[in-house]
Design a protein around this ligand. Structure first.
Ligand code: AMP
Ligand code: GLY
Length: 422
């Protein structure tokens, strides 16, 4: 069986390593992949947003199954285009991927179907937004409507900061058309939990919960990033919380998408905040999280490709999705300066004996050498019986990996360990 994976980050590397475990798989192609992924798949120089290129490659190479991992191609309709050529896919069609592609859509969906989320207002007119901010409760949260590489959210502590954020989105268009509409919403507090789920539009099967660490610096300081590390499971996500989430958020979301004629099939990611008034949705993503995937999939005991195909075929209810009761920790190693400016092209040495634990996000091969080629370079994941040991082991892995200008957070898992002590 020939499998194609669209994307080229650490998340895709984790998916590919897991897919490889299936004996039926004869060939895996990554479009575009990266220099580290090249050890596990055939990388093809077709960009993840090049929908025509992806379809052309898939048809010419008689691909049996395609997994579209990143948000952009999903929102652009990669799954629709591949399905039109008869290629079965994992991932939502464009009309369902809009749950991530438009914040206005997802907020309106939650309001219409009574799914708990921050209260909000939508603005298409800058003057109206600025006027609203004269009296809005502070802190407040400003979100660009469309995709913005995870950077379209500003938590404003003052009215001035809030107005600046609105102007940069709506006037200066720092996120392009993504800022034509904005959402201004209530600031929520509480621990955050990421829950990825499999859904075939009929049932929703949550994966093991996880905790991301979004800020660049230790103790949650510095700028927001794509994610500097993760642990799974998330100790705040107790069985009781899980039950509330299933009944008030997960199932209602699947039902709401069906009622709208936008059946969601694939991985639906629930970004949740456990507020004093119960769990609320911070955001939906139409895909696996990065670096959540790098701790969630190593704990999956069932065969990933089997589960994915069950999602595609609408047979998820009959398929076992089993997770181990161990703990995982992933520490991301980045290039100094990320998420703003950083140098790349440094030699990257990953010892062979730990390569199974390393998911490469940004690297390329030049003259036979692996070189850094991105802000986030890789994630090192350890799985152990306890969270404490998983964290220790992940940092031991990190110490064995070398490249110039490397930086990483030293406190991945610290908050989760503290929560466990309570
Ligand atoms: P996002 O880019 O949508 O993942 O949002 C980035 C981060 O902003 C989230 O992980 C939260 O920590 C924070 N955030 C988003 N919306 C809110 C909100 N309504 N209240 C408090 N924090 C928020
Ligand atoms: N780690 C957050 C995300 O994938 O959006």
């Amino acid at each position: 069986m020939k499998v194609l994976v669209v994307g080229g980050g650490g998340r895709e590397h984790a998916i590919i390593k897991k897919i490889k475990e299936n004996k039926e798989v004869s060939e895996i192609y990554a479009l575009p992949g990266n220099g580290g992924i090249a050890a596990d798949a055939t990388c093809v120089d077709v960009g993840a947003k090049d929908i025509d290129g992806i379809v052309k490659f898939a048809v010419e190479n008689k691909i049996d199954y395609a997994i579209v991992a990143p948000d952009d191609p999903l929102v652009l309709g990669a799954v629709d285009a591949l399905e039109e050529k008869g290629i079965p896919c994992f991932g939502p069609r464009a009309n369902a991927a809009i749950i991530e592609g438009s914040k206005v859509f997802s907020k309106d969906l939650m309001k219409k179907y009574g799914i708990p989320t921050a209260t909000y207002e939508v603005f298409t007119d800058m003057e109206a937004a600025l006027k609203y901010l004269d009296t809005a409760p502070i802190p407040t949260v400003i979100k660009a409507d469309g995709l913005a590489l995870g950077k379209g959210v500003v938590i404003a502590e003052t009215r001035e900061a809030a107005k600046d954020a609105v102007k940069s989105m709506m006037q200066d268009k720092v996120f392009g058309k993504s800022g034509d509409q904005i959402v201004i919403e209530e600031f929520l507090t509480g621990p955050e939990v990421s829950v990825l789920s499999f859904t075939d539009g009929k049932v929703v099967v949550p994966m093991i919960s996880s905790m991301d660490h979004k800020r660049a610096g230790d103790n949650d300081t510095g700028l927001n990033t794509g994610g500097m590390g993760t642990v799974a499971p998330n100790p705040y996500y107790t069985d009781d919380v899980a039950e509330v989430c299933m009944n008030t958020i997960f199932k209602p979301t699947i039902d709401a998408m069906n009622a709208e004629g936008r059946t969601f099939k694939g991985c639906l990611y629930f970004g949740l905040m456990l507020t004093p008034n119960g769990p609320k949705v911070i955001e939906y993503n139409c895909r696996f999280g990065d670096p959540e995937t790098q701790v969630v999939l190593p704990l999956l005991e069932s065969d990933l490709l089997t589960v994915m195909r069950a999602v595609t075929d609408g047979k998820l209810a009959e398929t076992e999705v089993k997770f181990s009761d161990k703990n995982a920790c992933c520490v991301v190693m980045a290039s100094k300066g990320y998420p703003t400016s950083y140098e790349k092209g440094f030699e990257l040495a990953i010892p062979a004996e730990i390569s199974n634990n390393v998911y490469v996000a940004g690297a390329l091969v030049k003259d036979g050498n692996l070189l850094t080629n991105g802000g986030r370079v890789l994630g090192a994941t350890a799985v152990e019986d306890t969270l404490e040991n998983a964290v220790k082991s992940a940092y031991r892995l990190v110490e064995k990996i070398h490249f110039d200008n490397a930086f990483y957070r030293h406190d991945i898992g610290a908050r989760a360990l503290k929560a466990k002590e309570r």
